[in-house]
Design a protein. Structure first.
Length: 194
């Protein structure tokens, strides 16, 4: 358990940096630059919920909950940067993300989050085999498709909270994203030949 504390927080910080980049740049360029966060997670062997959910043996699945909470702590730390960033693009992009999550039904969030889970597991699977292209292309794919990533969404919700906005729907939408990501992360287990 102690082995995941610092790497779990660090993973959240790195995803938060990717999220901050996306908020400040936006569009295709921002989505591509967001991949820096996940590339660093893999390079540093940080403990990211969506990077581990499809690979941990069943008897170790319980580690995912503390890992997710540590990822959330890292995201809340990195969201502090949004308070001091003075780019008007940041608030515009954040508002779009928040509106899309708010307007989506919980079923929509759950099903679309499954797609993110599949993409994330395949991206990490490629990186484990020294092929980093799935990471580089996978991250922009789920971002540009508007698919929820539970750890990135924590960063966005934290940025909104620091901006004075908190609503109960954020928690329910996040929980649906977690469940969807978890399901999606485990789908490749049934198809990848070992």
């Amino acid at each position: 358990m102690r082995a995941i504390i610092k790497p779990g927080i660090f993973a959240g910080l790195l995803i938060g940096i990717g999220g901050l980049t996306y908020l400040n740049v936006g569009g295709v360029a921002g989505a591509v630059l967001f991949a820096f966060g996940l590339l660093c997670v893999v390079m540093c062997k940080a403990q990211l919920f969506t990077g581990k959910a499809g690979f941990l043996p069943l008897k170790e699945q319980w580690l995912l909950l503390p890992m997710l909470l540590l990822n959330a702590a890292g995201c809340f730390l990195s969201a502090i940067f949004t308070i001091y960033a003075q780019n008007p693009m940041l608030q515009t992009t954040l508002d779009k993300i928040m509106t899309s999550r708010h307007d989506a039904s919980l079923v929509n969030i759950l099903i679309s989050a499954i797609g993110t889970g599949v993409i994330m597991t395949l991206a990490v699977y490629g990186a484990q085999r020294k092929n980093y292209l799935p990471l580089l292309f996978g991250v922009p794919t789920f971002i540009l498709c508007g698919l929820p990533h539970c750890v990135a969404d924590i960063f966005y919700y934290a940025a909104a909270i620091y901006g004075g906005e908190y609503h109960l729907w954020m928690l329910t939408a996040w929980i649906m994203a977690v469940v969807g990501n978890y399901i999606g992360c485990n789908i490749p287990r049934f198809f990848i030949v070992k």
